[in-house]
Design a protein around this ligand. Structure first.
Ligand SMILES: O=C(CO)COP(=O)(O)O
Length: 251
């Protein structure tokens, strides 16, 4: 059985004051014991969040990390080793906003993924198609290529210690959620792609769904056989809503 995971991606939101308020809310949540819960604050607030959540079983991750593992001359970047030093255990790799707005491509993401793993961070590889690609019937091709580039370079074994998040770009921040069946179909294809290389890795890897997940639709999505939890954007900025989503994964 895969242990469900619910992760909150705070994106570029927050101030010291709002982060204090949100972490205070998180500290008081009744979280289900069978679910791994994580938050991904902006880098600037990671120290604050790690301190505020001390003693709580909520992991902290970063939204991005450098192509090199160790500190060095790379202006503006944060090394995976520095994230570990700050108390992070996870990092998002290839979120669609970074692919689309920052121009991150598969070649760079392979390096980021490998650099993160070399430091013991768990990469959460984000994949997903645009609306145009879905309408052209290219969803599985696009997602398959994004996943395949990591498998080809690093081997399927890299996913023994990684998480995958399927986030259709058209469902992010739009209020449009993939239907449970639409999401399940892509998750099943992702697992099948991994299984073609190594069935044990495929069975064990957690596949999260992301894109307008809320307390109201979480249970239905998480009830699908290949959906092992969620990567939550907007709804993770409200502690009570986030707590309700975490509980939906625990049922
Ligand atoms: O991009 C997402 C999480 O990484 C999803 O964002 P929303 O939940 O705001 O749609």
């Amino acid at each position: 059985m895969r242990r469900p995971m619910v992760a909150g991606n705070w994106k570029m939101h927050g101030t010291r004051a709002s982060v204090a308020e949100l972490t205070n809310g998180l500290r008081h949540l009744a979280l289900p014991s069978g679910v791994d819960v994580a938050v991904f604050p902006p880098c600037l607030y990671i120290n604050q969040v790690v301190d505020a959540l001390k003693g709580k079983s909520i992991s902290v991750g970063a939204q991005n990390s450098a192509v090199e593992s160790m500190q060095g001359a790379l202006t503006g970047e944060i090394a995976p080793s520095q994230l570990v030093d700050a108390g992070c255990s996870l990092v998002l790799i290839g979120h669609s906003e970074r692919r689309q707005i920052m121009g991150e491509q598969d070649k760079m993401l392979i390096r980021k993924f490998a650099a993160a793993q070399a430091c013991g961070l768990i990469p959460v590889l984000c994949v997903g198609e645009t609306l145009e690609q879905r309408e052209a019937g290219k969803t599985l091709e696009v997602v398959g290529r994004q996943l395949g580039s990591i498998i080809e370079d690093l081997g399927v074994g890299a996913f023994a210690k990684a998480v995958i998040a399927y986030e259709p770009v058209w469902a992010i921040g739009t209020g449009l959620t993939a239907s449970p069946q639409q999401a399940q179909d892509v998750h099943a294809a992702i697992r099948a792609q991994l299984a073609a290389e190594n069935s044990e890795v495929a069975r064990g890897v957690r596949l999260l769904y992301g894109g307008s997940v809320k307390a109201a639709n979480a249970a239905e999505l998480f009830g699908m056989p290949d959906i092992d939890g969620g990567l939550i954007g907007g709804a993770s900025l409200n502690a009570d809503e986030f707590g309700a989503i975490c509980r939906a994964a625990g049922n």
